[in-house]
Design a protein around this ligand. Structure first.
Ligand SMILES: Cc1cc2nc3c(=O)[nH]c(=O)nc-3n(C[C@H](O)[C@H](O)[C@H](O)COP(=O)(O)OP(=O)(O)OC[C@H]3O[C@@H](n4cnc5c(N)ncnc54)[C@H](O)[C@@H]3O)c2cc1C
Length: 393
């Protein structure tokens, strides 16, 4: 091997940085590689929910977030005929009483900086091309490229946090291409939006169903606006998401009132989401997939940053135990952790989207929950996956 380490983390997004953070300071040689150079853009709604805020504060980022980014006080769900349901944080559980909007260019840069400060080596502009051939179920390392140079990296464990198209996961046959568990979303920064609030504004409006839209405040009258839908719906109904975005911007009842006069402050860009733990397997042998690579995105809300941070921490913890205490099966422990923590909710959440994401359910649901604070909170907690008794990972 040209380079060796104890743990190789592929991808320096929230999942990879969280895993690396968990493994830092233990005397292990941890190497993080990312094909991009930071700061870099990442197509996202930039909504950092309280669950994610908790994880980021746990990584010592509290002072770097406070006062610098848009604070969010709660969530509003807008339906075309059923009105608006407003739910304020804290919704329950042991999470902070606020969220943030943090452009991923900034969030991921801060995460990389934090991991480096913790003593972890991060190589930017270093792309993993493929895992090396397995020997008795163990992947000894990867082939990587930085600039003109191609080289091998040997590792005892590999944590693949390389996003929904995971190069490592794909090469090991761990990704499924099942449209039931893949989503696609597009987003655009827009300047000059009206009535910008400090809430996550979510629009399951009739004109764009079965897609759902959002408007998240970034800074002043600049917002992150987007729409997303599941791939089976996109294919089944021949949906063009760019056109849906135009309908969202111009022809919805509530969202268009805010966006009609706004101007794009960048390109409309899209990306895939892998949801509900069903679009991939959690790993093989000494390789653990985390975050989007492991399909940890919430199928209802499309929220994935929290779960990337949490699954990264869980993978880091399982690997730490295996390396420090010897023996044990890191992958089995990690996979069981994912299943027990998210399995039931993700399964039910996926069913909710499959059968409830239409105007006949959404309008009456939002009508009823808008009239009762108790029911509104209940719905908010469910859609955002916050249980009263929830304890962060
Ligand atoms: C349009 C859209 C809107 C969204 N909005 C929200 C939102 O508001 N809130 C929320 O919580 N979630 C949202 N999500 C989901 C969220 O973006 C993801 O769940 C989250 O980024 C997952 O983090 P990750 O670390 O697993 O992967 P990523 O953030 O994708 O990071 C993967 C990293 O791996 C690197 N990489 C990839 N391949 C290689 C390779 N071969 N070699 C080396 N490096 C590699 C990439 O450069 C990248 O830095 C949204 C997603 C989309 C598409």
């Amino acid at each position: 091997m040209d380079v060796t380490c104890d743990v190789l983390v592929v991808g320096a997004g929230p999942g990879g940085c969280s895993a690396a953070w968990r493994l830092s300071g233990l005397g292990l040689r941890v190497l993080v590689v990312d094909r991009e150079s930071f700061p870099r853009d990442k197509v996202c709604g930039d909504g950092v929910a309280p669950r994610a805020v908790h994880a980021l504060y746990g990584m010592g980022l509290r002072d770097r977030l406070r006062g610098r980014f848009q604070v969010i006080r709660g969530v509003r769900f807008h339906s075309t005929k059923g009105g608006v349901t407003e739910v304020r944080y804290p919704m329950g559980g042991h999470f902070p009483d606020h969220a943030y909007i943090i452009p991923r260019r900034e969030l991921d840069r801060l995460l990389v900086e934090r991991v480096r400060e913790a003593g972890v080596e991060v190589r930017e502009g270093c792309e993993v091309l493929s895992p090396l051939p397995s020997r008795r179920g163990i992947t000894p390392g990867v082939l990587a490229r930085a600039g003109e140079e191609t080289f091998s990296i040997g590792a005892r464990f590999i944590i693949a946090a390389d996003g929904p198209s995971s190069t490592v996961g794909k090469a090991l046959g761990l990704l499924y291409h099942d449209p039931r568990y893949l989503g696609v979303s597009v987003r655009c920064y827009m300047k000059g939006a009206r009535d910008v609030s400090d809430f996550l504004e979510i629009y399951p409006e009739d004109a764009i169903m079965p897609s759902c839209g959002w408007i998240f405040p970034v800074d002043g009258d600049t917002v992150n606006a987007g729409v997303g839908a599941m791939l089976y719906a996109i294919r089944g109904r021949g949906i063009n998401l760019n056109r849906v975005f135009e309908d969202f911007r111009l022809r919805t009842r509530h969202a268009a009132a805010k966006l009609r006069d706004a101007e794009p402050a960048g390109r409309l860009r899209g990306a895939q989401l892998r949801v509900a733990l069903r679009g991939s397997r959690p790993g093989r042998g000494n390789v653990l997939l985390v975050g989007d690579a492991a399909s940890t995105t919430n199928p209802i809300s499309g929220e994935g940053i929290s779960y990337a941070l949490e699954s990264g921490k869980m993978a880091g913890e399982a690997v730490r135990r295996a390396l420090e205490e010897g023996g044990g099966n890191a992958l089995a422990e990690y996979a069981e952790g994912l299943r027990s923590r998210y399995g039931a909710y993700f399964r039910n959440g996926w069913l909710c989207i499959r059968f409830g994401n239409n105007p006949w359910v959404m309008n009456p649901l939002i009508r009823v929950t808008s009239l009762s604070e108790r029911l509104g909170n209940k719905m908010g907690r469910y859609l955002m996956n916050v249980r009263r008794s929830d304890r962060p990972t």
